[in-house]
Design a protein around this ligand. Structure first.
Ligand code: CU
Length: 113
């Protein structure tokens, strides 16, 4: 019985580690007695991604300026820019929201279209 519980424990931890993706397996640990309460694994990864169209972009310096400004917001993970396509692609998680990104873009005179 103890061995079965341990195997299930390991299995569930692997399942959760898979869901978490970017987090270390060391951050994931639950007690065997609690696994039966799990019907659906919770979604721990809350990373979001969006490409913003920004007409005011004219060159690579604009992209750099936007990258620097957005990177200061807590929760921003990556900022990629395309000067030709006039787009910025942002990956983020809480506390950043689409609105706070759009507000910042407006504030620095690169409003999203
Ligand atoms: Cu520019």
């Amino acid at each position: 019985m103890a061995n079965i519980a341990k195997d299930v424990h390991t299995y569930v931890n692997e399942l959760i580690a898979e869901q978490l993706g970017s987090l270390d397996e060391g951050n994931v640990n639950i007690e065997p007695k609690r696994i039966f309460a799990i019907k659906e694994p919770r979604r721990y990864c809350t990373m979001e991604k969006k490409t913003f169209s920004i007409p005011n972009i004219t060159c690579g310096h604009c992209v750099m300026a936007i990258k620097n400004e957005l990177s200061e917001l807590e929760g921003i993970k990556t900022v990629e820019g395309d000067p030709t396509g006039k787009t910025i692609t942002v990956e983020w998680e809480a506390p950043v929201t689409v609105k706070s990104i759009e507000d910042k873009l407006k504030e620095i005179n690169y409003p999203a279209a």
